[in-house]
Design a protein around this ligand. Structure first.
Ligand SMILES: NC(=O)c1ccc[n+]([C@@H]2O[C@H](COP(=O)([O-])OP(=O)(O)OC[C@H]3O[C@@H](n4cnc5c(N)ncnc54)[C@H](O)[C@@H]3O)[C@@H](O)[C@H]2O)c1
Length: 334
């Protein structure tokens, strides 16, 4: 099959492409290579991908309406895995417009491409951040998600709404995946594991928010990739029996679905740091800091739906995953 994967120079996109090409699929990957974090890391991921003849890279911005429309009409993709976005909760406080361009306009250009080109399935990245002010755990896709607390989360919730509209109007099968704190080799420099590893190795202190009183449902990259690969084979169908009163909010009469992909096992931030210290063989110095605006106290995925539909649920332990990350980090930055 021929895939469009967006955000291929990014952390998750890079891993997804490797998996698709290893299965013999042809992949056109796009990315704008923006400098939100170290561009050299993005280029290094791309250099790895480019060794594969089944992969072709095109540098383009999602917000380039004509360019994206042309890409779709020229390439004739079977399926789309849309992962490019302006990520990050804290950055959305300083640079809100980046989220409007990449996550709102950008998502719409992809939907328009699907609308005009008979795409079999659009799978796109949403986020656990859509659960916002929700206190009930675990977070289930049947819960209301109308109270985001960062613009990033609001754009991800918007992506789900926009996708529903296009699924309904144009019969485009769409599946939104709410990822929970993804980590692993080739991970993102703006995320805790990367920042902590770098600081500890350099003998610097680490900033620990909410005095360490936080829990995250850390999900290892291989589990996320497995979830994406399985879900993209499960194409949502119209369901004439569905109605708003009795149906799940994660599905619809339109060919539209939402799933959580998380470990389903929240880990205390201080325990996560202990795993990292063990892998590095170095103790950390912690700056205990207040809660940051936009951050939530806990994330915890209910993955029952994912398991029911795919027979799969994430299972990699933090000890294993952190060790794999540390090995990659030391090797890459030597
Ligand atoms: N990593 C996580 O923990 C996590 C959690 C929840 C959701 N997500 C979502 O998963 C997706 C992938 O995340 P990631 O961790 O790989 O992030 P990433 O930042 O490493 O990858 C995103 C890629 O998209 C590209 N991009 C951004 N804006 C673009 C634009 N306008 N045009 C073209 N390319 C653009 C970036 O250059 C980057 O390479 C994102 O949608 C993100 O919001 C990630």
């Amino acid at each position: 099959m021929k895939y469009l994967v967006t955000g291929v120079a990014g952390f998750i996109g890079f891993h997804v492409v490797q998996r698709l090409t290893s299965q013999g699929h042809e992949v056109i990957g796009i990315d704008n290579l923006n400098d939100y974090y170290d561009v050299n890391l993005k280029l290094a991921r791309l250099a790895e991908l480019k060794t594969d003849t089944l992969f072709k890279f095109i540098k383009i911005d999602l917000a380039n309406r004509e360019g994206i429309a042309q890409l779709f009409s020229q390439q004739k993709f079977d399926r789309v895995i849309h992962l490019a976005a302006q990520a990050g909760v804290r950055y959305s406080i300083d640079k809100p417009m980046a989220y409007a361009d990449s996550n709102l306009i950008g998502h719409l250009t992809i939907l328009e491409g699907c609308r005009h080109n008979e795409i079999e399935h659009l799978v796109y990245a949403s986020s656990s951040s859509v659960y916002g002010l929700n206190n009930k755990t675990p977070f289930a896709t049947s819960d209301s998600v109308d109270h985001p607390i960062s613009l990033y989360a609001a754009t991800k919730k918007s992506n789900e709404l926009m996708s529903h509209t296009y699924s309904h109007l144009y019969n485009i099968p769409t599946t939104g995946l709410r990822f929970f704190t993804v980590y692993g080799p080739w991970g993102r420099p703006d995320m805790a594991l990367f920042k902590f590893t770098k600081a500890i190795i350099n003998g610097e202190s680490i900033d620990v928010y909410n005095n360490g009183d936080m829990q995250r449902d850390f999900t290892y990259i291989d589990d996320i990739v497995e979830g994406i690969i399985r879900i993209q084979d499960i194409i949502p169908q119209k369901d004439v029996d569905w109605n708003v009163e009795s149906g799940s909010v994660a599905s619809s009469s339109a060919p539209y679905k939402i799933f959580n992909i998380g470990n389903g096992n929240p880990v205390k931030l201080l325990d996560f740091i202990k795993s990292l210290e063990k892998s590095l063989g170095i103790k950390s110095n912690k700056n205990l800091m207040p809660m940051q605006p936009g951050d939530v106290y806990q994330t915890y995925a209910d993955v029952d739906d994912l398991f029911t539909v795919t027979g799969y649920k994430p299972s990699v332990s933090v000890e294993y995953g952190v060790e794999k990350f540390v090995r990659w980090y030391k090797d890459f930055y030597q």
